[in-house]
Design a protein around this ligand. Structure first.
Ligand code: PA5
Length: 447
C-alpha cells in the first residue's frame, strides 16, 4: 500500500544539502523528546501517541453518539473556534461533494459551523435557516470559557429550546469539553447533555483525532475508523524512523527550517483541489500558533490553484523573494471527466480532446512548479494517493508531528499560544466585563 510521500529536491538551488541534513541530524533528539515528553510544552504531548491509543470501543462510542442525528435532523450545528473547529471543518470539506447543498443528499445531516466568528449577520441568517429545518447542536470548547462559541451557543440553545422544547433540545445536544473544568462542563452537567472529553494533554490545534474532530466527522457520515487508521500508520513511521529519507515529517521539518534560515520566511501551502481549502486553514492555525512566537517563525499562507494563479500568482512569481511553496498533490482524482471534441474548435481546445481534465490540472501543477522555482520560489511537494479518510488521517498526523519537530528545531514551545490572550483582554475591557475595571479605565483613556 502506498503512503504519503514528500519530495524536497526542488529546494536544492536555494539551500545546501549540508544545511538540510544538519537539521535532519537533530531530528532523532526531537522525536525522542516528543515521545518521552521531555521537551518544551511537555504537558501537551498527548496527541503524539493518540492515534495508536484509540480503541475500537472508543470509536464505536463516538459513532453511536454522532449517529443519533442520522435520519433525525436536517442539520447539525457545530459550535467552536480555532482548534475546536478547523480540524472537523477541514476533513468534512475535503470529503464532501463539491455541491452537497444542491445535491441534497439527506442520509446524514448537513454540518454547518457557528461560534467561529462574532458576525451578527452570520448568526441571524443561520437562525433564519434553522427556523425551517430540524437540527441538533454539537458544542465544543476545551476551556469551556471561549467567548465566541459561548455566545453562539447561548443564542442557539435558546432557539432550539423554544423550537422543540427543553427536553428534546437536551437530547439533540452534545457537549465536548474538559473532563472537570470550565463553564461548558458545568452547563453540560446541569442540563444533562451527552458529553465527550478533550484530554488535558491535547491542545486545541492538535485535537482533530479526539472527539473534537471525530464527533462532527462521524455525524457527517464519514468513516472515522479509516481516518484514525491512516493516522496510526503515519504515527508508526514518523515516531520510529528518524532519517530524512525514511521519515517524511523529518524531511519537511528540516527543509522548512533550512529555508527559513536562508531568508524564506513565508510558506505558502498550495493545492490544486478546492476541497483542500480548509485543510490549508487548519494547517495555518497549526503552524502559525505553534511557531509564531518570540519574534520568530515562518508566516504560513495558503492558495488554491489554479484559481489563485490568476490573483496571487503574480506576487509569487515576481514579488519579494521571501517565499517558499509547499504543494499538496492528490495523485488520483475520484471521478473522471474527458474533454470533448468540438467540430468548430472556436476555443482552439481540440488539442485537449479525449484527455482527462485531471491531466490538464497536473500539467498546470508541473508548469507552475517549474516557473516558480525558476522565479526564486523553492518547492516542497507532498503527495497523497487519493483524497479519502485514510489518507487524510495520514496527512493530518504527518503535519502535526512535523510541526512538533519543526518547532523544536526553531527552538520554541510549539504547544502554547500566549499571544492569543492579548486581544481578549482588550475586548473584555472594552465590553466592561466584571473583573476588568482597571483595564477598562486604561483602554478608554486611549480612545
Ligand atoms: O489551538 C488552540 O488551543 C486554540 O486555537 C483553541 O482551540 C481555541 O482558542 C478554542 O479554544 P477552546 O476549545 O478552549 O474554546
Amino acid at each position: 500500500m502506498e503512503n504519503l510521500k514528500i519530495n524536497i529536491d526542488k529546494i536544492s538551488g536555494f539551500v545546501s544539502k549540508e544545511a538540510v541534513s544538519g537539521y535532519g541530524n537533530e531530528a532523532a533528539k526531537h522525536i525522542s523528546a516528543l515521545k518521552n515528553k521531555t521537551g518544551k510544552g511537555n504537558d501537551f504531548l498527548g496527541w503524539v501517541n493518540l492515534p495508536s491509543s484509540i480503541t475500537s470501543a472508543n470509536l464505536d462510542a463516538v459513532e453511536k453518539a454522532a449517529h443519533i442525528y442520522k435520519g433525525k435532523v436536517d442539520v447539525v450545528v457545530v459550535v467552536g473556534i480555532g482548534g475546536s473547529y478547523l480540524g472537523a471543518k477541514s476533513v468534512i470539506e475535503a470529503l464532501s461533494h463539491n455541491f452537497a447543498l444542491l445535491k441534497g443528499d439527506t442520509t446524514f445531516p448537513q454540518i454547518v459551523f457557528a461560534g467561529q466568528n462574532i458576525g451578527e449577520d452570520y448568526l441571524y441568517e443561520l437562525i433564519e435557516v434553522l427556523d425551517k429545518k430540524s437540527y441538533g447542536i454539537v458544542v465544543i470548547s476545551k476551556s469551556g470559557t471561549t467567548t465566541e462559541p459561548a455566545l453562539a451557543f447561548r443564542i442557539l440553545k435558546n432557539h432550539l429550546e423554544s423550537k422543540v422544547g427543553k427536553a428534546k433540545a437536551k437530547d439533540l445536544t452534545i457537549a465536548i469539553t474538559d473532563e472537570k473544568r470550565g463553564a461548558l462542563r458545568t452547563l453540560a452537567t446541569q442540563e444533562g447533555y451527552a458529553t465527550f472529553v478533550i484530554p488535558d494533554d491535547v491542545g486545541g490545534r492538535y485535537s482533530v483525532l479526539t472527539p473534537v474532530g471525530l464527533i462532527p466527522i462521524a455525524a457527517a457520515g464519514f468513516n472515522i475508523k479509516e481516518l484514525v487508521k491512516g493516522a496510526v500508520d503515519m504515527e508508526k513511521i514518523c515516531t520510529t524512523e528518524t532519517s530524512l529519507e525514511k521519515n517524511p515529517a523529518v524531511a519537511y521539518a528540516a527543509a522548512r527550517n533550512a529555508l527559513y534560515k536562508a531568508g524564506k520566511t513565508v510558506e505558502i501551502l498550495a493545492s490544486y483541489n478546492p476541497k483542500l481549502i480548509y485543510v490549508s486553514e487548519w494547517w495555518k492555525q497549526l503552524y502559525g500558533e505553534s511557531e509564531g512566537k518570540e519574534n520568530k517563525g515562518i508566516f504560513p499562507a495558503s492558495v488554491t490553484f489554479t484559481a489563485d494563479l490568476h490573483s496571487m500568482g503574480q506576487y509569487i512569481q515576481e514579488g519579494l523573494r521571501i517565499i517558499f511553496e509547499t504543494v499538496i498533490s492528490i495523485k488520483n482524482p475520484d471521478k473522471k471527466v474527458l474533454v470533448p471534441t468540438d467540430p468548430e474548435n472556436l476555443d482552439t481546445l481540440n488539442f485537449l480532446a479525449g484527455k482527462r481534465v485531471d491531466e490538464v490540472n497536473r500539467m498546470a501543477e508541473l508548469g507552475t512548479m517549474l516557473a516558480h522555482v525558476d522565479g526564486g520560489v523553492p518547492n516542497i511537494r507532498i503527495e497523497i494517493p487519493q483524497l479519502n479518510e485514510y489518507y487524510l488521517g495520514q496527512l493530518l498526523y504527518f503535519f502535526e508531528i512535523a510541526c512538533g519537530i519543526s518547532g523544536y528545531m526553531l527552538g520554541v514551545n510549539p504547544f502554547d499560544q500566549p499571544g492569543v490572550e492579548a486581544y481578549k483582554k482588550n475586548m473584555f475591557a472594552l465590553l466592561e466585563k466584571p473583573g476588568f475595571e482597571e483595564e477598562t479605565k486604561k483602554i478608554k483613556a486611549r480612545l
